[in-house]
Design a protein around this ligand. Structure first.
Ligand code: ZN
Length: 195
């Protein structure tokens, strides 16, 4: 996993009608925006479409299987998930104003986050989750997910509520991970901080 993204900047290639796209820098822990609860999207306008397109590109480039808007500094309730990391276009899920409608069971598995580069921990989550969200056409849809997909959806929705996977660890484990990160920050080895 690459930790540092080099923003390509707006690109206009080929036809003049082609929408400019851009990679957006990913915000790293402990920046405040990551612990901020995001606001609902009231209208799917050009700005939201642009944000989603940039988020998909940024997630694929990282590479990662999910990205929430506050990870690129925008506190709106928008997230993208793609377990195929761009290999299968049908695997991409764009979630606007997602909410968890039910959860079931229990799983503990390894989890990482693009805002916590190089840190993975065993994180407890529900095994299954049902999520309701709006797509880019403004239509409400439901996702019934299990295993890794449930984990990814719950991880991204946590981001929109200002939570990181660290918040799902035991207090002792969370303290240990925070100490480890503070050490990396002091050593200048925590990429992205202050950038
Ligand atoms: Zn994350």
């Amino acid at each position: 996993m690459e930790d540092v993204l080099v923003p390509r900047g707006p690109m206009i290639l080929g036809k003049p009608s082609k929408r400019p796209m851009a990679l957006r820098p990913i915000v790293k822990y402990p920046e405040l925006v990551l612990s901020t609860r995001s606001e609902a999207v009231s209208a799917i306008d050009a700005e939201i479409r642009r944000l989603v397109a940039d988020m998909v590109e940024t997630m694929h480039a990282a590479p990662g299987v999910g990205l929430a808007a506050n990870q690129v500094g925008i506190t709106r309730r928008v997230a993208v998930v793609d377990l195929s990391v761009g290999k299968d276009p049908s695997a991409l899920v764009v979630l606007i104003n997602p909410r968890v409608t039910s959860t079931q069971g229990h799983q503990v598995d390894e989890e990482g986050c693009l805002s916590l580069p190089g840190i993975t921990e065993m994180v407890p989550r529900p095994l299954r989750a049902e999520v309701e969200a709006t797509n880019l056409d403004g239509k409400t849809f439901q996702v019934r997910a299990e295993g890794l997909m449930a984990r990814a959806l719950l991880h991204e929705i946590d981001h929109l509520d200002g939570l990181l996977f660290l918040d799902r660890l035991s207090p002792l484990k969370r303290r240990l991970v925070r100490k480890k990160i503070q050490k990396l920050i002091r050593a200048g080895e925590w990429t992205g901080v202050g950038a």
